[in-house]
Design a protein around this ligand. Structure first.
Ligand code: ZN
Length: 452
């Protein structure tokens, strides 16, 4: 039997935090969340495409909200906007495949996504039984597209690999043909020459594949000449609320989301309400609540990234130029697509990489409506901006609702398809736990062997 004293003590422990947190937990302003999302996903924002005037206008709007929330600017000299310049390679002319007097053109018979400027050699039809036959040649591999097989031929020394276009590529044929050659360079964020040289993979239509068999042995040439690169600017929006502890800044918590989306395609605006105006609105709401209340013990940093959709340019730059040294971050929570509940669980959010660290269980124990990632096979932990920070050692994880809603990257990703009451509820469930994290000494850790 327990002593009376320990029983009383146990009751006090059990009751006290719950009582005080109930009384002290600030309320989410559902209307603020809705209004911020509505503005970001509005027609005038035109889908906030990476590096456009629309995206830049969205950045200024987000900065204004952080300022109104009484967060300070955390960029250089106290600025809210951190400019990120990047170079976008272009084609001087559409890529072509020339072989045996025939000329096939990008968007017509062929499609190549990130080719080298020039690849030439004799055309050879190859199979996995003898990959070495591809060495120094333009290899035709006439089997259903398999990146691993394609990789085998490049390892064997192929200069280019031609494969039948898979259904997923055929569907987006025209859209993909309008794209540049890839290989964006984020200025000031990468070591030049650090990336591997481009590989020329050419997707061909079925009738083109048939024609290529008849041209084996002929000289083949895939040309993708480059034009002058386009220079664009995106912005990260950075804010900070300094904590009250003497060492507050060296145990900061970073809250992040991305505010860009995919823009206008074929004259149709893709509003990106769920992806990721929802995450941005959540981070802004946490800023509003934290700015309105008593400052927490720990410092909280806010970063809203630009150009996530085009390869995470904003996050890449932030890693090279963080608003606080990465070693001063105890945790990063990324908010990505939290507006459409998963039909499998309409009450909660998921935390990617749940089993990797002690963060998720601790937040859940303090009332967060979060649970483990229900789609580990999709590798969502690796697919958001959090991963770049996690690779640097920061316990960085993403909170999402339904990661694969039917509105994903569709014009229907608008406010009408976001479940606002659900969002208000799950964001509310995080206010207390985030407040707890900011006022505790708890340091989340990677579980043994789980650090990426
Ligand atoms: Zn997206």
């Amino acid at each position: 039997m327990k002593s009376l004293l320990s029983l009383v003590a146990a009751l006090a422990v059990a009751v006290a935090p719950a009582a005080s947190s109930v009384a002290a937990t600030p309320k989410v302003c559902a209307e603020c969340v809705r209004a911020n999302m509505a503005h970001l996903a509005s027609a005038e924002m035109r889908g906030r495409s990476c590096g456009t005037a629309d995206e830049n206008a969205a950045a200024r709007f987000v900065a204004d909200q952080l300022k109104a929330a009484r967060a300070r600017g955390a960029g250089e000299g106290g600025a809210y906007l951190q400019p990120v310049e990047f170079r976008l390679p272009t084609y001087a002319a559409p890529p072509t495949l020339e072989v045996g007097g025939q000329r096939m053109v990008q968007g017509g018979e062929i499609l190549t996504l990130e080719p080298a400027p020039l690849a030439e050699g004799p055309l050879v039809v190859v199979g996995l039984a003898d990959p070495a036959a591809a060495a120094g040649r333009v290899a035709v591999y006439d089997a259903p597209y398999d990146p691993k097989a394609v990789d085998t031929f490049f390892r064997a020394g192929a200069v280019a690999v031609i494969v039948p276009a898979p259904e997923s590529v055929v569907k987006l044929w025209v859209q993909l043909a309008e794209r540049g050659p890839g290989g964006v360079e984020v200025m000031g964020a990468e070591t030049p020459g650090a990336r591997p040289p481009p590989r020329t993979v050419v997707f061909a239509r079925p009738e083109t594949m048939v024609a290529l068999h008849g041209l084996e042995g002929q000289a083949a040439r895939v040309a993708a000449p480059r034009g002058a690169p386009g220079v664009r600017t995106t912005y990260n929006v950075l804010g900070v609320i300094h904590g009250t502890a003497p060492d507050a800044d060296t145990q900061a918590v970073l809250l992040t989301a991305h505010y860009d989306h995919v823009g206008v395609r074929g004259g149709v605006v893709y509003p990106g309400a769920n992806d990721d105006a929802s995450g941005t609105a959540a981070v802004l709401e946490f800023a509003r609540i934290l700015g309105a209340g008593k400052a927490p013990k720990r410092t909280v940093q806010f970063a809203l990234f630009g150009c996530e959709e085009e390869g995470g340019h904003g996050a890449k730059y932030f890693l090279a130029h963080p608003s606080t040294p990465l070693t001063d971050l105890v945790a990063n929570l990324e908010f990505e697509m939290i507006g459409v509940p998963d039909p499998a669980d309409r009450k909660a959010l998921m935390l990617t990489g749940w089993e990797r660290s002690t963060l998720g269980p601790a937040l859940k124990a303090h009332g967060a409506s979060i649970h483990p990632d229900a789609y580990p096979q999709e590798n969502f932990f690796q697919r958001s901006d959090n991963y770049q920070l996690a690779r640097k050692g920061v316990v960085a994880q993403t909170i999402s609702a339904w990661p694969i809603p039917p509105t994903y990257h569709q014009p229907s990703d608008d406010l009408a398809h976001v479940d606002l009451p659900f969002m208000a509820e799950v964001v509310q469930s995080l206010v207390g736990p985030i407040g707890w994290l900011l006022n505790s000494d708890f340091r989340p850790e990677w579980n043994p062997g789980m650090k990426p």
